[in-house]
Design a protein around this ligand. Structure first.
Ligand code: HEM
Length: 320
């Protein structure tokens, strides 16, 4: 009986997962992948950081009610105005440009949620990272969820809170570590980590897990009287290159966000994430393999398929 239940459960998982497919648009929009690749390449040529920003958009989309492009909806009650996204999430204009380019070769066929997934993959690849076949066939949601977006993983969360938030969307501890490796590219604002630089009297380093030799440069980038919007690289060594340097940094106490360093330095990390960080720091191929796996899993969080949702014409508004 137990065996039967397990087999039925596994079959159900296969059915759920197989709703997306790599060749979903092969007849309806055969040029899709080359159009998106071209537009992502153009955007990155203008500003290399855009690769990081596009990758993050897909994460912030998928973690809130699944990968349904709800993040892209305009409006002050939308997800863009939630704390983790406000003055932070970027790349919306690039998604508009990609969507317009896609619409001009195949109209009303490709969802904004799928464009986010392909753009994230291309951003990783064009930054020197691994590639994979993106599963497609998501449809776009009809509503945004601002309170859901306010509950996205925070740089101030403890490791157990982060692990719990990933578990809610079906991602395990290996996925937590592998996906955090996305912080091998991109920037973070001072407001999100400057509490780690000084103690309450404004001197010294209260966060003993931060390599003290890194503090002067971070303090210079984040002066005490500034508004917190200055930025520094999440990977202090190779900010534009998608490699395993982020994990080498963590082993050396050089993670920027507290939520990064906790993967290596917290007590809970000892029997959860620390050994995975160590493995990735010395073996980029294992990191790349696990990252690809985790991206495919994250891209498969509660997609709308079939007759659910719609194919948005303009990614910023639901169709009228
Ligand atoms: C583990 C939980 C995570 C936390 C707490 C977290 C937090 C953050 C924070 C605070 C920033 C800086 C935002 C700002 O400066 O306004 C950031 C940036 C970034 N995050 Fe994460 N993140 C997490 C996981 C992820 C995942 C899973 C991905 C993608 C797979 C990702 C991709 C990125 C990228 C690429 C950037 C740089 C964006 C840019 O430069 O525009 N993060 N993250």
């Amino acid at each position: 009986m137990k065996k039967f239940v397990i087999i039925t459960f596994l079959m159900l998982c296969v059915v759920v997962r197989s709703q997306l497919s790599a060749d979903f648009y092969s007849k309806s929009c055969p040029n899709l992948l080359s159009v998106v690749r071209r537009e992502v390449r153009n955007a990155i040529k203008l500003e290399m950081r855009m690769a990081a920003s596009l990758l993050r958009l897909h994460f912030h989309d998928c973690f809130v009610d699944g990968c349904d492009a709800s993040l892209l909806l305009d409006g002050s009650d939308g997800e863009k105005f939630a704390a983790p996204n406000l003055n932070s999430a970027r790349g919306f204009e690039v998604i508009d440009t990609i969507k317009n380019a896609v619409e001009s070769s195949c109209s009303n066929v490709v969802s904004c949620a799928d464009i986010l997934a392909i753009a994230a993959r291309d951003s990783v690849l064009l930054s020197g990272g691994p590639t994979w076949k993106v599963l497609l066939g998501r449809r776009d949601g009809l509503v945004a969820n601002q309170s859901g977006a306010n509950n996205l993983p925070s740089p101030f969360d403890s490791l157990d809170a982060i692990i719990a938030k990933f578990a809610v969307v079906g991602l395990n501890i290996t996925d937590v570590v592998a996906l955090s490796g996305a912080h091998t590219i991109g920037l973070a604002r001072c407001a999100l980590f400057s509490n780690r630089l000084t103690n309450f009297s404004g001197t010294g380093a209260p966060d003993s897990t931060l390599d003290s030799s890194l503090i002067p440069s971070l303090q210079a980038a984040c002066p005490a009287n500034s508004d917190g919007n200055n930025t520094v690289a999440l990977d202090v060594k190779s900010r534009d290159l998608f490699d395993n340097q982020y994990f080498v940094n963590l082993v050396n106490g050089r993670g920027i966000l507290q939520s990064d360093q906790t993967l290596f330095s917290s007590d809970l990390a000892l029997n959860t994430t620390k050994s995975i960080v160590q493995l990735y720091s010395s073996n980029p191929a294992v990191f790349f393999g696990d990252f690809v796996n985790a991206m495919i899993k994250m891209g498969d969080v509660r997609p709308l398929t079939g007759l659910d949702g719609e194919i948005r014409k303009n990614c910023r508004v639901v169709n009228s």
